[in-house]
Write a protein that binds this ligand. Structure first.
Ligand code: NDP
Length: 328
């Protein structure tokens, strides 16, 4: 039986431990497609899994890595054949099914998306779950009917992965983009990728009043907690907020005032179980709308061997934009 390099997380008496190992193919979980992984990426959730800071892993041993791209090596599914380029995000991969921080992965064919035309495998991972989620937020705002003529759009956690790609996509769609960041040193970066205005994270991170001055017509929030409460309280009449993250916290210490007095809509966004039809639309839109040069300026390329170090950095809030992990 052959082996391949992987990061493996094991459960200990107290906590978990992650290490590079030679993983045996006989330990693969159920799946009808085997993929040679060429690229992966590091999302915030992967940082939590590797550092053990939060219990995101629900099966041991686990190979972390919620996203990967690569080439089909073997397939028992009519949907894919050997040599096809594929992308995977979500579906509990890297949490309850062996994930992408490995040279090989075996997964269910229904979880895979063909690599969209116009994107390389590395670009697909520069996008990854974070960029895919940013696109879902933009689609949710569009579906609500939000448009640039309504006023500015706010992006919180703007220098992070979801935030950076949301800034670029919204700017491309014609919005006046306000970027909220806790890192003033990233102001030039944020302007380069599409921010028109920068506001300080602390303006939004303290306990919120029920309503504030109406400042934005729409928002993409990857932060949650007091920040989301403030975002809602300062959203214009009939505006909408797409909420996808919890970088500040899982709580939502808000009142119903923005909903019942201003008709504000809170749109929940989940990327993990996103249905296939919407998944394909989102990837097509990313391939069409996301400027590849801007994507490259948001991206840091890291060899597989450095994954553990970068996991520490993302959990400490020190990573800017997106990380691509080169597996080969
Ligand atoms: P990153 O770590 O890349 O970005 C998060 C950003 O949030 C940071 O860069 C920082 O931005 C800001 N931030 C960090 N800590 C705080 C804090 N205490 N208070 C306020 N802002 C803070 O992570 P991702 O972009 O990959 O993910 C962002 C969030 O979205 C995470 O909570 C993640 O779990 C969630 N997520 C949800 C998905 C879904 O399907 N719903 C999918 C993907 C991600 P800055 O420095 O600019 O202030």
């Amino acid at each position: 039986m052959s082996t391949f390099r992987a990061i493996r997380i094991d459960k200990l008496d107290k906590g978990t431990a992650a290490a590079f190992v030679d993983f045996d193919e006989s330990e693969f979980m159920e799946g009808d497609v085997t993929v040679r992984v060429t690229h992966s990426t590091l999302n915030y959730k992967d940082g939590l899994a590797i550092t053990g800071k939060s219990p995101v892993v629900r099966r041991f041993p686990m190979i972390p890595g919620i996203d990967f791209s690569g080439v089909v090596e073997a397939s028992a599914s009519p949907a894919f054949k050997r040599g096809d380029a594929v992308v995977l995000t979500g579906f509990g991969v890297g949490e309850q099914h062996l994930g992408g921080f490995a040279q090989k992965a075996r997964v269910k064919s229904e979880w895979l998306v063909p690599l969209p035309a116009g994107l390389s495998a590395a670009q697909a991972m520069a996008i990854g779950t974070a960029g895919f989620t940013a696109q879902l937020c933009v689609l949710a705002l569009e579906k609500h009917g939000a448009k640039p003529a309504d006023g500015p759009v706010l992006v919180t956690g703007a220098a992070g992965g979801v935030g950076s790609i949301a800034v670029a996509l919204l700017k491309k769609a014609g919005w006046h983009v306000i970027a909220s960041t806790g890192r003033p040193e990233e102001a030039d970066y944020l302007k380069r990728i599409g921010a028109d205005e920068i506001i300080a994270r602390r303006e939004l991170s303290e306990p919120a009043r029920p309503l504030g001055k109406e400042r934005w017509a729409a928002a993409v929030d990857s932060v949650g907690s007091h920040t989301l409460a403030n975002v809602l309280a300062q959203t214009k009449y009939r505006g909408a907020v797409a909420a996808c993250g919890l970088a500040q916290g899982m709580d939502l210490p808000a009142t119903v005032a923005p909903f019942i007095l201003r008709g504000v809509s809170l749109l929940g966004v989940d990327s993990v179980q996103c249905p296939k039809d919407e998944r394909l639309v989102a990837w097509q839109r990313l391939a069409r709308d996301l400027d590849k040069k801007l994507l490259e300026t948001m991206t840091t390329h890291v060899p597989f061997a450095r994954t553990m170090d970068v996991a520490q950095e993302i959990v400490a809030g020190k990573v800017r934009g997106r990380i691509v992990i080169d597996m080969e």
